[in-house]
Design a protein around this ligand. Structure first.
Ligand SMILES: [Zn+2]
Ligand SMILES: [Zn+2]
Length: 337
């Protein structure tokens, strides 16, 4: 069973992954490991028996765990957290820990090994968004879970171990500190101004346009004013909405367009960089849940710089490209729809 341990000074939880543990001497060879090209892909159609049995799939016809699907969701074969068991919160002297209970799933975004989110059709991306929604709606029924994160690691330097396009969902029994900080900041602003800070950001960025990358009827894509990383972008709904999973069909249609367009701009501007994206949506089953001041958003971070000693030591980042310049560069990229 993995273990969740709380830092006694700052209250940050970490997962001590007992089951996927590496022996101390295994790290020595990691940097030297060659990249194996054309290795066997368990996510390709025909290899359905090489993943754990599917949780869900969209398919025109055919039986579960056979080919014919267009989006397929399976448990992570090497989960960071385990779905079974109680939380068993306990102390260990001055320290706090609990069982690493949670869900860790993989969303295989396409049957086509060569496609990526930036080359897929809008329709296929919309299907991927529907699968995100369906998994969140299902997982939030489990009252043990407080926060559900959807994220993507694209490319080896962003943490992807398999090339085939996929994203992941993790349901956690605690609300992470990063999210609590966002929630508290948003709450303070709301208490003071009685407005959602994210709604205000959307309004200001739409009127000033200096950090605006693109917009459509329902979403904006901006470079955040205090972006941590060069070419970091954020996509936000124009209308106030705390929960990603409450999005409607017309919204997913518009979201798939702006997401695809943003990734295409990023690919063209930066020559297909590795990247991470994540969806911050309101916590579930939690005292932190609040519909008035939290506003879901998607953050995209291309992997262009390394987090080094200064960032690790201070928690603040040096971003070598002003967000205004990044937005202009991304805006001016010519993309084919
Ligand atoms: Zn594949
Ligand atoms: Zn809002």
């Amino acid at each position: 069973m993995p273990e969740l341990r709380k830092d006694p000074v700052i209250g940050r939880w970490v997962i001590i992954a007992t089951e996927r543990s590496k022996r101390p001497n295994e790290y020595r060879n990691m940097t030297a490991a060659p990249v194996v090209e054309h290795r066997f892909c368990p996510f390709c159609p025909g290899n359905e028996d090489k993943t754990p049995p599917e949780i869900m799939a969209y398919r025109a016809d055919g039986k579960p765990n056979t080919s014919g699907w267009h989006v397929r969701v399976v448990p992570n074969k090497f989960p960071a957290l385990r779905i079974e068991g109680g939380l068993n919160r306990e102390g260990e002297g001055i320290y706090d820990k609990m069982n690493g209970v949670g869900a860790h799933e993989v969303i295989i975004e396409t049957p086509d090994h060569k496609q990526t989110l930036s080359t897929m059709t809008g329709k296929q991306i919309e299907e991927v968004l529907w699968s995100f929604r369906d998994r969140v709606l299902d997982l939030k029924k489990d009252k043990r879970f407080r926060f559900i994160l959807i994220f993507k690691n694209h490319g080896e330097s962003a943490g992807a171990s398999l090339e085939h396009a996929h994203s992941q969902v993790i349901a956690l029994p605690i609300v992470p500190r990063n999210v609590i900080e966002e929630l508290q900041g948003a709450k303070e602003y709301y208490n003071y101004k009685e407005r959602c800070i994210f709604c205000d950001i959307v309004r200001q960025e739409l009127s000033s346009k200096v950090r605006l990358v693109s917009e459509n009827d329902h979403y904006v894509c901006i470079t955040p004013y205090a972006a941590r990383f060069p070419f970091e972008t954020a996509i936000l709904p124009k209308n106030h909405d705390p929960y990603f999973e409450d999005s409607q069909k017309y919204e997913f249609e518009a979201l798939s367009r702006i997401l695809c367009e943003t990734l295409k701009r990023q690919d063209k501007a930066l020559n297909n960089p590795d990247y991470n994206f994540l969806i911050h949506s309101s916590p579930v089953n939690s005292k932190y849940q609040d519909d008035d001041y939290y506003h879901w958003h998607l953050e995209i971070m291309p992997r262009l710089t390394n987090v080094a000693g200064f960032e690790r030591g201070t928690g603040f980042y040096i971003n070598p490209t002003p967000p205004e310049e990044a937005a202009k560069f991304l805006r001016e990229v010519e993309i084919v729809h």
